[in-house]
Design a protein around this ligand. Structure first.
Ligand SMILES: C[S@@+](CC[C@H](N)C(=O)[O-])C[C@H]1O[C@@H](n2cnc3c(N)ncnc32)[C@H](O)[C@@H]1O
Ligand code: SF4
Length: 475
């Protein structure tokens, strides 16, 4: 074996060669395929019985993925499928109830006060179907003060769905606007009129929902900086308190660029939009909040995702095809896909050991400051013992600084998206990282082979500039 090959990096180069898109997926550990909902429940239950860290988590957020869409927008990278017939939704709801019945006993005694609906298109459900799901949730995960967060597509949204959800605890409504420009909407196969969208925003405002969010996309094909800023100002003037600017991304360069546009021109156009949006929003009193970078005028914004993935203070029990659930320190799982006519909710899962969980926590905490004492209190292990070597490596590279018991990113680069966190955490800390990954790719990896040649993305990673690449891609 050549002594010059750095095995940790070499293995990442290997990974990227065979599994280029979902590097972060394979880094979650060895997903046992297929697993089962019963196995996930068992893992949660036994961790809560045996493990002090798992027992310290007393809250579970619920997530229901509604995979169906009436039309597929050409830009979309969400986990979704075209709805063939409405009876498919009823089969899906029945399966949701089954999943909840299996999982819920394992989470007994935990506070399950929040349910998020995401998609796909949750608003595709009619009133009867929405009620059926919520009744099932109440039965499996009872809570006296349920808060609902819901994603609505204007085309399938209505006053009666709003009224129903409000009566069941609608707290946050997220409306998919993307753009108000009907020409662009038509180009991206999204049949939606400006009038209908503005009607939805006004309806939500009038209903007095505590949090109304609007998703706007920056960089759609054919979208100009002026047009985008015009949309943004229109949305602000409607009195929205939350605005989520989504930088348009696509794994296909052809889909990314507008007609006749080059790739650098696309990035320049999109970057100009993001920059101007920041200025316009700041002038209107908005600041960027939380992990996902949503802009808000509200002072305090609680972010359930952050509670689960950053602070590891809550579990996430997710249901439906494409759902991903996490019980920190116990198990990560993901449910299957949808094939025409069949909802496949087979589950793949991997157990999360404490070592892995500590690494995950450490990297995520670096953004606001990783406190040595807080770490010790939480895990009963010192940071130095767990990942001192990795932190010192980062410090020598100038990426983190240490002062008064706190490690923190030095601000040399901006970490904005979950993949960046994941990539960093897996690469620099996890002690069991390589064995985990080898376990998954046990038959393919040859440690004597140098996988780094010609692999530009992971080369960038090795040079610590992957963060910039990812940022440029907006992933
Ligand atoms: C589940 S989707 C949308 C919810 C709903 N189906 C709708 O269309 O209004 C959530 C958000 O992801 C964003 N999104 C989808 N595809 C994207 C892409 N390629 N790049 C950036 N953001 C994207 C959109 O802003 C969208 O509102
Ligand atoms: S943007 Fe919404 S409606 Fe369009 S394809 Fe994606 S999930 Fe479906």
């Amino acid at each position: 074996m050549s002594a010059r090959i750095d095995q940790k990096r070499n293995f990442l180069f290997f990974l990227n060669e065979i599994y280029p898109v979902h590097v972060d997926d394979c880094l979650t550990g060895a997903l046992v395929s297929p697993s089962s909902w019963e196995a996930v429940a068992q893992r949660v239950e036994s961790s809560r019985q045996k493990d002090v860290f798992a027992r310290s988590i007393d809250k579970v957020h619920l997530y229901v993925h509604v995979p169906f869409c009436e039309r597929l927008c050409s830009f979309c990278h969400c986990s979704r499928v075209l709805l063939r017939q409405r009876s498919d939704i009823d089969a899906y709801i029945k399966d949701l109830a089954r999943q909840m019945t299996i999982l819920s006993p394992a989470y007994q005694g935990m506070d399950a006060g929040l349910i998020q609906f995401g998609g796909g298109t949750p608003s595709i459900l009619d009133e009867r179907q929405l009620s059926a799901i919520l009744d099932g949730v109440d039965k499996s995960f009872p809570s006296r003060n349920r808060q609902i967060q819901f994603e609505a597509n204007p085309s399938s949204w209505s006053a009666s769905k709003l009224a129903l959800l409000s009566s069941r605890g609608l707290y946050r409504l997220s409306i998919g606007v993307q753009t108000l420009d009907e020409k662009i909407l038509k180009y991206v196969s999204r049949p939606q009129t400006r009038k209908k969208v503005l009607g939805c925003l006004r309806l939500a405002q009038k209903a007095g929902i505590p949090q109304v969010n609007v998703d706007l996309m920056a960089g759609l094909p054919g979208q100009t900086v002026e047009g985008f800023i015009h949309d943004l100002k229109d949305v602000i003037s409607e009195g929205m308190d939350f605005i989520n600017i989504q930088p348009y991304t696509s794994l296909s360069w052809q889909l990314l660029c507008g007609p006749g546009e080059t790739i650098p021109a696309f990035f320049n156009r999109r970057d100009a939009m993001m920059k101007m949006a920041k200025e316009v929003l700041a002038q209107a009193g908005f600041t960027r909040k939380g992990f996902w970078g949503i802009y808000s005028r509200q002072e305090e914004v609680d972010d359930p995702q952050e509670e689960v993935y950053t602070h590891l203070q809550a579990a996430l029990a997710a249901f439906g095809p494409f759902a991903r659930g996490l019980f920190p320190g116990a198990v990560f799982y993901r449910a299957g896909t949808v094939r025409p006519g069949a909802v496949n909710t087979q589950v793949e899962s991997c157990a999360q050991d404490l070592d892995y969980t500590m690494s995950h926590y450490a990297v995520l905490a670096l953004i606001n400051g990783l406190d040595e004492q807080a770490f010790l209190k939480r895990f009963r292990v010192s940071i130095d013992r767990h990942c001192g070597e990795g932190l010192r490596y980062l410090q020598e590279s100038g990426l983190v600084a240490f002062s008064k018991g706190i490690w923190k990113f030095s601000g040399k680069w901006e970490i904005r998206r979950i993949r960046e966190y994941f990539a960093l955490s897996r690469a620099l800390f996890g002690k069991g990282l390589l064995s985990r990954l080898r376990e998954r790719f046990v038959n393919g990896y040859d440690p004597r082979h140098d996988y780094s040649s010609g692999n530009s993305l992971l080369k960038a990673y090795a040079d610590s500039t992957l963060m910039v690449v990812y940022y440029r891609m907006g992933c």
